[in-house]
Ligand binder design. Structure first.
Ligand code: SF4
Length: 441
């Protein structure tokens, strides 16, 4: 809607031209529009009132309104912005002659439509993963300062992507054939903290940028596409409990990748780990009680500076009691620039390796015993590869590249990227063997 003088009209022409160039269509009615842009005049009182009335009408008739033009630059009586004060529900306000800002707000609230005939790349972008699974990065950077890590100095503090943007990418990935989304970040539990869990729009609905809301939205979207959502890099903050019901309901996979790194509170303190005050063993046991089929994956560091024999034994005891399903362990290795290098009590290289070996030996037994309990059960798997000797699939317990797999005896109906139901017939330390129970769907 264009109001005001010919200079404002030219601004409107530029906005319309850019919208058309990007593939948007201009609609003559509020009802047929996804969004209304009102280019205002703020010269004389009458023009101000006419513009405010026009904004009010657009809000009443359509609801999604971006305001630009001279009135957008006019301050309110007590400072601030007049338009935002009179109409607080407008999506955004810019001043005159600000095509870039207007288009930025349009992109936020009504993403540019994809045109399969003219766009050079697919809507979901170019992926280096197989077509049936994709990583979904929800934030970049990290607000923590773990003493062994230099990621924050390279990638900066946490910057969360607004939930609307993340969901649009998820939608595009499912549309392009992804059957499993792997949610990644440096700290998935902290999603939205940096923007105070700001409300954004998902298909026109207001939704907070927060982990629980994201999991629910992703889970519902995945369900409508018969697909999986798997969470990585979750820290054991209390609010993680909120997503367990979503796992129990089958909205997201019963799988948590929680990088504990150690169990002893003093080592965790020296590591400056997030959520180091949490009683991690109780948390794991509580999660399992809520969702018995839960798989917990974690990583640990053996031989961190100052680690005593008894602190290491504490770690082994934790492992035995927590019975984690999937575990990786690194012998501590100093990273240039990490604060931990200054800590006293460096553990000799050979002892670090020895501890890592002892740790993995304990884990191997746990892993085999936990896998053995699955023999005789039926599992839904996604097929990663098919060859003459059979297929390789993954169950809800197996993230690609880092966990074990399910080896399935040959069957003509198996195809890469499909789900299948299999009967588990055997196991070794990390993988399962199975035969196809129902043809791949
Ligand atoms: S290890 Fe610590 S500082 Fe490094 S990215 Fe993870 S949470 Fe952030």
């Amino acid at each position: 809607m264009s109001l005001g003088c010919p200079k404002a009209l030219v601004d409107s022409e530029r906005i319309v031209t850019q919208l058309r160039a990007e593939g948007y269509v201009i609609s003559p009615t509020y009802q047929k529009s996804d969004l209304v842009i009102v280019n205002t005049c703020g010269f004389i009182d009458e023009a101000v009132q006419e513009s405010l009335d026009a904004i009010g009408e657009a809000l009443a008739e359509n609801g999604k309104v971006i305001v630009t033009g001279c009135l957008g630059a006019k301050p309110g009586e007590a400072g601030g912005n007049l338009v935002s004060q009179v109409h607080p529900s407008v999506l955004a306000v810019t001043g005159p002659h600000d095509l870039e800002a207007v288009m930025g707000h349009v992109h936020t609230h009504l993403p540019r439509p994809h045109d399969p005939f003219t766009d050079l790349v697919p809507e979901a972008g170019i992926k280096l993963t197989p077509r049936h699974y994709a990583y979904l990065k929800i934030s970049e950077g990290c607000n923590h300062r773990c003493s062994f890590c230099i990621i924050p100095s390279m990638r900066g503090d946490l910057v969360s992507r607004p939930i609307g943007e993340v969901m649009r990418e998820a939608q595009a990935l499912f549309k392009s054939g992804a059957k499993e989304l792997l949610v990644i970040s440096q700290d998935t539990s902290a999603y939205g903290v940096d923007i105070r869990y700001r409300t954004d729009f998902v298909e026109g609905r207001p939704v907070r940028t927060r982990m629980t809301e994201l999991c629910r939205e992703l889970g519902e979207l995945a369900r409508s596409h018969d697909a999986w959502v798997r969470l990585h890099y979750v820290y054991p903050y209390p609010h993680v409990d909120e997503i367990l019901p979503l796992m129990a309901d089958g909205l997201i996979l019963p799988y948590l990748d929680v990088p504990f790194q150690h169990s002893h509170p003093d080592v965790l303190k020296r590591m400056k780990r997030p959520a180091s005050g949490e009683k991690n063993l109780d948390r794991v046991l509580g999660w399992r009680a809520a969702v018995p089929q839960l798989t917990v994956r974690s990583t640990f560091i053996a031989g961190f500076p100052g680690e005593t024999d008894s602190e290491f034994e504490h770690l082994l005891d934790f492992l035995r009691e927590a019975q984690l399903d999937r575990v990786g362990c690194f012998a501590y290795s100093p990273v240039e620039g990490a604060a931990a290098n200054q800590l006293p009590g460096a553990v000799p290289d050979a002892l670090r390796e020895e501890r890592r070996g002892r740790f993995m030996a304990v884990q191997q037994e746990i892993s085999r015993a936990r896998l053995a309990r699955k023999v005789g059960s039926t599992q839904r798997v996604i097929i990663d590869s098919v060859g003459p000797k059979g297929a390789v699939g993954r169950s809800s317990a197996d993230a690609p590249q880092i966990d074990g797999v399910v080896q399935i005896s040959p069957h003509a109906s198996l195809r890469v990227g499909q789900f299948a139901t299999v009967l588990i017939s055997g196991c070794d330390d990390h993988d399962l063997q199975a035969s196809l129970l129902t043809p791949a769907d």
